[in-house]
Design a protein around this ligand. Structure first.
Ligand code: PGA
Length: 256
């Protein structure tokens, strides 16, 4: 059985003080859930939040990194620095990075390799834009992002990777994918993972959905057999809504 993950992505929000208050409010709300809570916070918050969350089930991660180990890359941050600050995972290839900062699949692929080498779990995001869906290109776009993003990854490394399917049209839009559409897309993604890494490894890899997830739609999404968790932006910004998602009642439909 794959673990069920709920990953918060704060994006560019919260000062250190706000972040620590949030975690202090969240921790008591976590008990009794079998879902693994992860939180991707701004770089400045990683160390204090990891300290506040130590001895709890909450894992702290980053939202981006560079593929180089060190050197003359003004404004960038390396995997080892994130690890040293207390991060356990890193979001890579988020559509905001792809679109606003022109990150391409080759760069994202180098980051996936670097994260694995330096013991950070990569959370690789893929997703089609609205016009790509309307042009009937969803499968082609997702398959290309996945195969290029995972190029050269060895079978024995692959189970450390989490894939997040985030349709770009669903992010911050109040228009989430329907549970059926998300499940069907995850099924297709798992098929590609089987082609890349074989049946056994593909079954161990977590595939999570993101895009306008909230406390109301989370249970239906999580109940789908191919959806192993959620990536949550806006609704992760308050402990009350994030913890409600973590406590979603899930009725997993058996895989046919
Ligand atoms: P959203 O963002 O939940 O606010 O739609 C999700 C994401 O971008 O990771």
């Amino acid at each position: 059985m794959r673990p069920c993950l709920v990953v918060g992505n704060w994006k560019m929000n919260k000062t250190i003080e706000e972040a620590v208050h949030y975690v202090q409010a969240l921790l008591p709300l976590l008990s009794g859930s079998s879902i693994e809570p992860w939180l991707a916070v701004p770089f400045t918050c990683i160390q204090p939040v990891a300290e506040a969350a130590k001895d709890s089930s909450l894992r702290i991660g980053a939202q981006n990194m560079n593929d180089a180990t060190h050197g003359a890359f003004t404004g960038e941050i390396a995997a080892k620095m994130l690890l040293n600050a207390g991060a356990q995972f890193v979001i890579l290839g988020h559509s905001e990075r792809r679109m606003l900062y022109k990150e391409d699949d080759a760069f994202i692929n180098r980051k996936v390799h670097r994260a694995l080498q330096d013991q950070l779990r990569p959370l690789l995001c893929i997703g089609e834009k609205r016009e790509e869906r309307e042009q009937g290109r969803t499968h082609e776009v997702l398959q290309a992002q996945m195969t290029k993003g995972l190029e050269g990854i060895k079978k024995e490394q692959a189970s450390q990777i989490v894939i997040a399917y985030e349709p770009v049209w669903a992010i911050g839009s109040l228009e989430p994918a329907t549970p059926d559409l998300a499940n069907e897309t995850h099924r297709m993604c798992r098929q590609w993972l089987k082609e890349l890494f074989g049946e056994e490894i593909a079954q161990q890899m977590s595939l999570i959905y993101g895009g306008s997830v909230n406390e109301d739609n989370a249970p239906a999404l999580l109940s789908q057999p191919e959806i192993d968790g959620l990536l949550v932006g806006g609704a992760s910004l308050t402990p009350a809504t994030f913890s409600q998602i973590i406590h979603s009642q899930i009725n997993k439909v058996p895989t046919p």
